[in-house]
Write a protein that binds this ligand. Structure first.
Ligand SMILES: NC(=O)c1ccc[n+]([C@@H]2O[C@H](COP(=O)([O-])OP(=O)(O)OC[C@H]3O[C@@H](n4cnc5c(N)ncnc54)[C@H](O)[C@@H]3O)[C@@H](O)[C@H]2O)c1
Length: 297
């Protein structure tokens, strides 16, 4: 099922349970604003490359819209739309005074050099700068983006509007970013997992975990879970998958991943088929790559 169809279906179910007025329900399904921009950059070899960027601003009734920016080949308007809507529900359920938004560029960041990524980010910011802002819409890192991406957005935005560090979160601490932000989402995974296990009379220690995705969220979740006594038995990323039923040594795996740009080739485990990661034997499965991976198939 397409991400937007699934998100709309879940929202409609929740709206029915809440007894929401049908006109309000319909209005909440339509995004506040959808932005689609063309971003053309010169590549390092002098040729031109064009990409499509999106920013979907779903709702600002509760405060400035908030949500990440994703760089991934599979970014499409429906997916960004669904993720923007989910941000509105997340900030509302957590009762923080923000709305929801999400953005992305259809590109493969692994195929672009650092300077190409910088040019792409700056062109994207030039196209959307008058529609984001401290009190309007505050982007953050997501899949394929990181504190460096936020620093480029901050810098480019500031050329138009004056120094505005609060226009993005997840920026480097040197530029006013918050301590602990890098680990925050992975730490959230740890807390949510702890709470879930607690409901079943269990704790992190002694359980076996499988983690799909070993980027910001997956690697921090694996590190924190392993520090709390959990056993990470299998991990996958875009480069491959590895398994060690005795438990992977996460600090060594982090070092390997940094040096080799992926988990493939890690000597502390056996390679497995990445397609089997979701069905590997474990107590807790943590999907920390793309959404929508748990489905009927
Ligand atoms: N970074 C955040 O603060 C944040 C906040 C909220 C939600 N999320 C969500 O968490 C997820 C991961 O985001 P991230 O920031 O860690 O991204 P990231 O780019 O840092 O890491 C993504 C990881 O997933 C792997 N991956 C990509 N495609 C894969 C595939 N098909 N199979 C297996 N692995 C694959 C990549 O190799 C990488 O290891 C995303 O769904 C994102 O929307 C992230």
């Amino acid at each position: 099922m397409n991400a937007l169809v699934a998100t709309n279906r879940n929202f409609k179910l929740a709206a029915r349970l809440l007894g929401l007025d049908s006109k309000l329900e319909n209005s909440l399904l339509i995004p506040f604003r959808e932005i689609k921009v063309e971003c053309t950059i010169p590549k390092d070899d002098g040729t031109l490359a064009s990409f499509v960027g999106f920013r979907i601003q779903h709702d600002n009734a509760r405060g400035p819209m908030k949500g990440g920016i994703r760089y991934h080949p599979e970014v499409d308007p429906d997916e960004v739309n669904a993720l923007a809507q989910l941000m509105t529900w997340k900030t509302a359920v957590a009762n923080i005074p923000y709305g929801g938004a999400k953005g992305g560029i259809g590109c493969d960041p692994g195929e672009l050099s650092i300077s190409e990524l910088e040019r792409l980010t700056r062109v994207f910011t030039q196209k959307i700068h008058d529609l984001i802002g401290v009190h309007t819409d505050v982007p953050a890192p997501d899949m394929g983006t990181n504190p460096q991406t936020m620093a480029w957005i901050l810098d480019e935005y500031s050329k138009f509007h004056g120094y505005s560090p609060a226009v993005v979160t997840g920026k480097p601490t040197d530029l006013g970013g918050s301590l602990g932000r890098d680990a925050a989402t992975g730490r959230g995974v740890l807390f949510a997992t702890e709470a879930l296990l607690h409901e079943h009379g269990k704790s992190i220690a002694g359980q076996g975990f499988v983690v799909q995705g070993f980027g910001n969220v997956g690697s921090w979740a694996a590190q924190l879970i392993s520090e709390n006594g959990g056993k990470i038995v299998a991990v996958s990323d875009i480069t491959g998958a590895i398994k060690n039923s005795k438990g992977l040594d996460i600090p060594s795996l982090l070092k390997h991943t940094k040096e080799n740009r992926g988990v493939r080739g890690f000597s502390g485990g056996d390679p497995i088929d990445p397609n089997s990661i979701l069905t590997e034997d474990c107590d807790v499965l943590i999907p920390a790559a793309l959404g929508g991976v748990i489905n009927r198939e």
